[in-house]
Design a protein. Structure first.
Length: 119
């Protein structure tokens, strides 16, 4: 029975190593985030196998907590990539939209100045 746990643990460690390789070599940000998610999931499985192997079933609570943290962390990272300054496709603000932003800020400044004069 112990051999099954050892084989499963070894397979999980190999999968974790492949996930680290993908995280380091991934061509896109999404590949890297997916690899980090894979690493976290395999870490949860490794803790669960260790809990059954050692007979300490209280470690299952820790693995559940870690899986929740892994899920929330991946969702936060994906939202950061989607909405933050880290663009996944290396896109930049187009010059047309940049001039629109500048014109809008100038108009807001003019309206504020007129508002101050009216008071």
């Amino acid at each position: 029975m112990i051999e099954y746990y050892l084989v499963a643990g070894l397979a999980i460690l190999i999968a974790m190593a492949l996930g680290v390789c993908r995280a380091l070599l991934g061509p896109t940000v999404f590949d890297r985030i997916l690899a980090v998610n894979l690493f976290g999931t395999k870490a949860v499985l490794l803790v669960a196998i260790f809990a059954f192997f050692s007979g300490r079933h209280d470690l299952l609570d820790i693995s559940l907590l870690y899986s929740l943290l892994n899920f929330v962390g991946v969702i936060a990272a994906l939202r950061l990539v989607e909405r933050g300054k880290f663009f996944a496709n290396n896109s930049k603000i187009e010059p047309e939209s940049l001039t629109d932003i500048q014109n809008t800020s100038k108009e807001n400044t003019i309206h504020k100045a007129k508002g101050n004069l009216d008071a």
